[in-house]
Design a binder for this molecule. Structure first.
Ligand code: PMV
Length: 338
């Protein structure tokens, strides 16, 4: 191997039609499709070095040794890359997030996508985006979507025994629709139940899980059409409905998975109030208490700043990050700025 080190940057993404539930736990394939927007400003930069001098794989997260659980997520991916490239060297992974760490924002999507791209490049592989997306999926399902920019759908696959047909595809590029997103941070603690454990519990115990999954194909059709036609009203309806159906299935699991806090509802009520005042806004919520607010392209900057200030002034809101659609993961060429 001539090139043993590579650096990649990958963005996070937020699902409009949610993924919650697996078809195959070993392959990490989903029970249904999902559709997301790749975020321009929430990035992970990861350098991978395959080095025979190491005793085993090492993971550094934001400058400190990562807990063993984090390395467990990375190792299946590294093993696939090593097998594909015909190498056996341990890897040193050095990974850092551009967004406030410990802000309760999921970094697994950007983290595992950056790892997939950096490890494959360091090992000398030149795979397709679809293969990289399927590789990232092995570490974290939502990471499959971060290989592509703009608006992205993750296909459930299910035909191939190796899972390689479960990867993401781009639905529309980032310049198709300049949607705005406000990430309203209300709590910063890491979630107590991992998404893998939460999904398994929901699938086995919630009477509403099947109903949620059964509605996904129609939600995907509505969401694709809303994006194609830049129809914010239709997008609002499907984005909020998908999030609420996912949370209804979480809440009716046993034991219940209740991710919302009083501040979560306060932000949701503010979205309803703004809409009643005539402002187009929509919310979505993932496996945690923070709320992501969607807005159409800012026709007037003052109006956008006012809405942002309104969320920032709510009791219990710690931070409001503004972002929009961005490109998929990329390799940083040695010597070039990121
Ligand atoms: O990719 P995971 O295993 O972290 O699961 C992500 C699940 C949600 O964020 C709640 C929904 C989604 O589609 O991203």
């Amino acid at each position: 191997m001539t090139e043993q080190t590579a650096t990649a940057v990958a963005p996070s993404n937020i699902a409009f039609v949610k993924y919650w539930g697996k078809a195959d736990a070993a392959l990490n394939t989903p029970a249904a499709g999902s559709l997301s927007m790749t975020l321009r400003d929430l990035l992970t930069t990861t350098t991978v070095a395959f080095d025979d001098g190491l005793e085993g794989d090492v993971l550094i997260l934001n400058g400190a040794a990562a807990p063993p659980k984090a390395l467990d997520k990375a190792r299946p991916l590294l093993d696939i890359v090593r097998q594909q490239a015909g190498i056996s060297s341990p890897a040193r992974i050095d990974s850092a997030n551009s967004f406030p760490t410990g802000a309760g924002l999921a970094s697994s999507a950007s983290g595992l996508a950056a790892l997939a791209l950096a490890a494959s490049t360091a090992a000398g592989l030149r795979p397709s985006r679809e293969w990289l997306s399927a590789l990232a999926r092995r570490g974290s399902g939502s990471a499959s979507r971060s290989l592509f920019g703009g608006f992205v759908e993750w296909l459930p696959g299910g035909q191939r025994a190796d899972g390689l047909d479960s990867h993401a595809v781009q639905v529309a590029p980032e310049d198709h629709w300049d949607l705005r997103m406000l990430v309203v941070v209300v709590r910063s603690e890491a979630k107590s139940t991992s998404s893998t454990a939460g999904m398994a519990r929901t699938a086995v115990t919630s009477p509403y899980f099947r109903s949620f999954i059964d509605t996904v194909p129609a939600d995907l059709r509505t969401c694709r059409r809303a994006i194609a036609e830049r129809d914010f009203e239709a997008l609002t309806e499907v984005v909020e409905s998908s999030a609420l159906k996912m949370h209804a299935s979480m809440m009716t699991s046993s034991p219940a998975l209740l991710y919302w806090k009083p501040e979560t509802l306060r932000v949701m009520e503010t979205v309803y109030a703004l809409r009643a005042e005539g402002a187009p806004v929509a919310f979505t919520i993932d496996a945690g208490p923070n709320v992501k607010v969607l807005l159409p392209p800012a026709a007037d900057a003052d109006g956008f700043d006012d809405i942002r200030a309104r969320f920032a002034s709510l009791d219990g809101v710690r931070d409001v990050l503004a972002t929009g659609p961005g490109p998929g993961a990329w390799v940083v060429e040695p010597g070039s700025p990121q």
